[in-house]
Design a protein around this ligand. Structure first.
Ligand code: ARG
Length: 289
């Protein structure tokens, strides 16, 4: 008697399990993935690199390749090495070290800077690192890590220009910069100059050197690097740093990666790795590291 009811019970259980399996494979089989996957039940197909963005929640950390959006023309943070043609820079080394620490695989993709900001805001990419300033406006669409670099803006002109001595001398002048950058906003809101924004910052510098634009306003480390190493003495900075800005790593709103990267950043700051990478690119260690 007891045995029989046990059997029935088992059979019932078996049917329930079967039904559950049927549903689950239907849900995960298709590429639609409308339903947020709340468990790790997805069978590994080995094709996760090609999986669509919206099923990321179902992927296990081990096999998902996360996309990193960056720029390719922002010395010394991310740029193409002339000899090897490879993407190198402080941001590139940092994001690789962080991904290692977090234990995920990344695929770095280079694009225009404004594409990085837009692409993270829309959730098209998982991670963005591009010397991106943490601003209140961007925080509406982007979650930032803790700051990893102190920057700010600075004014520069052609070396033989003695007329422009500060941002107060920009009335009626054209001021070149990069599209979608904090300096574009700064020129519009804080100076009398007319902004002229280029997709690549080197075009802005070259226009100033060629005399087609009167000045450039952009991030201190980039202007200094360009003026010292690439402008052949034809570009000089004027005055002091205009604003203080801090760079953060960018994530789509609500991304669970943010806290993981934040913790990893703290670890690398504490164990000296961050200081090592920083020193390699900026020639000195950050304060207190
Ligand atoms: N810090 C400035 C900003 O966030 C400029 C950044 C430019 N970065 C780049 N990779 N081009 O707007």
């Amino acid at each position: 008697m007891l045995k029989k009811s046990m059997l029935i019970l088992l059979l019932g259980l078996f049917l329930v399990v079967l039904a559950a399996c049927g549903t689950s494979s239907e849900e995960t089989g298709g590429d639609g993935g409308e339903q947020p996957a709340d468990t790790e039940e997805t069978e590994d197909t080995g094709s996760d690199a090609e999986a669509t963005e919206d099923d990321s929640a179902a992927d296990t950390e081990d096999d998902k390749v996360y996309t990193v959006a960056t720029d390719n023309g922002y010395v010394p943070f991310e740029y193409l090495d002339e000899d090897s043609g490879e993407l190198v820079g402080f941001d590139i080394d940092l994001i690789k070290a962080l991904a290692d620490e977090v234990g995920i695989e990344i695929d770095i993709q280079a694009m225009e800077f404004s594409g990085v900001v837009a692409g993270i805001g829309s959730g098209r990419f998982d991670i963005g690192i591009a010397g991106m300033t943490i601003t209140e406006e961007r925080k509406e669409n982007i979650d930032f890590s803790q700051p990893y670099y102190d920057a700010g803006l600075i004014l520069a002109v052609r070396s033989d220009n003695d007329e422009i001595k500060s941002v107060d001398d920009l009335s009626g002048k054209t001021v070149a910069t990069r599209s979608g950058s904090t300096s574009e906003t700064y020129i519009k809101e804080k100076t009398e100059g007319t902004p002229e924004a280029f997709p690549q910052i080197t075009e802005a510098y070259q226009n100033v050197i060629a005399g087609r634009a009167d000045a450039v306003i952009y991030d201190v480390p980039n202007v200094q690097y360009y003026a010292n190493k690439e402008a052949g003495g034809e570009l000089k900075t004027v005055g002091e740093r205009l604003t203080g800005e801090q760079y953060g790593i960018a994530f789509p709103k609500g991304s669970e990666l943010r806290d993981k990267f934040d913790d990893a950043l703290t670890t690398l700051k504490d164990n000296g790795t961050f200081g090592d990478i920083y020193e390699e690119w900026f020639g000195e260690r950050p304060e207190g590291m």
